[in-house]
Design a binder for this molecule. Sequence first.
Ligand code: UT7
Length: 339
Amino acid sequence: MKDAIAHPAQPMPRAVIAGVGAYTPEQVLTNADLEKLVNTTDEWIVSRSGIHERHIAGEKVATSDLSVEAARRALAAAGVAAAAVDMIIVATVTPDMPFPNTACLVQRKIGAVNATCFDLEAACTGFLFAMETARQYIRTGAIRTALIIGAEKLSSVTDWQDRATCVLFGDGAGAVVLQAGAADGARGIVNTVTGSDGSLADLLQIPAGGSRLPASHATVDGRLHYMKMNGREVFKHAVRSMSDAVLRVLAGAGLTLADVDIIVPHQANLRIIHAISDKLGVPLEKFFVNLDRYGNMSAASIPVALEEAVRTGRVHSGQTVVMVAFGGGFTWGATVMKW
Ligand code: UT7
């Protein structure tokens, strides 16, 4: 990390996304496959969530492996060498292990020898929190180039006997290269809002495996190392918090909903996206959706969706793009940027 801090009187640089990359494992798990595992139907899954299939990583593949693939693609898209990266942040709830952090493991594999590396855990909002963290380093002049990765191997914390959750999640990784741009440049992040409500922490969690309930025979027998979710409650809060976050991030930037070209939301449930569209009065066509093919990939959902939106031309130069997420904690956040 560079130790030079920009003089306070100097205008702060904008953080610009210079490249996007994504990777999802080849193996696809369809709703028909799930019908053989648990008491569910394709009709239930599609009508309640919009999900048709999800990608599942192999047994020997860890979150850092998914991250490396996405990171290499993002660096190539940006034309940035690994050695030029000042910081790597991996947003994840499924690190390879408690420590060292997954970002350090990515650093070793891609040779980003000059980077400061750490993980950030804010569940499904993790990628936006990580981008905002790096943006603040960039604005103060402490760093110039950050590699932000959202990566999850959720299949490793999914209870394949619990039909209420196992149909929802998938594995994957997405990454962006965030760089200092001109302070008065047309491109870059304009504003970000973030928030949390720890009073609702119990509604979405993995109960065991930390210092509260270390791994034991009892925690394994109790299936406490898997994700537990009160779906209905999470749903309500997700709609409310994401809608509010969009309005707040735009107001803070002096923009309105009419200025927005495209919204890339967290991909948890198509009904949540429909409800936000209704609440905000923004047509569904303005929301980018790919959860039908990936399910909910937590911190990886937004960067994987963003990569597809860029690759297919849905996001292009000159547009005003909003990203918005909600997840366990609870945590939520939104970012508005000029692409
Ligand atoms: O990533 C951020 C956090 N996550 C989210 O944002 C997810 C938020 N929540 C949701 O997306 C939805 O609440 C779910 C998709 C998880 C569930 O949809 P729902 O409409 O809220 O269903 P429900 O949990 O209220 O369950 C309705 C019924 C229940 O049966 P009864 O009690 O009505 O007889 C469930 O037992 O559906 C049953 N059910 C299923 N049936 C067939 C639950 N899961 C399944 C299943 N297949 N896979």
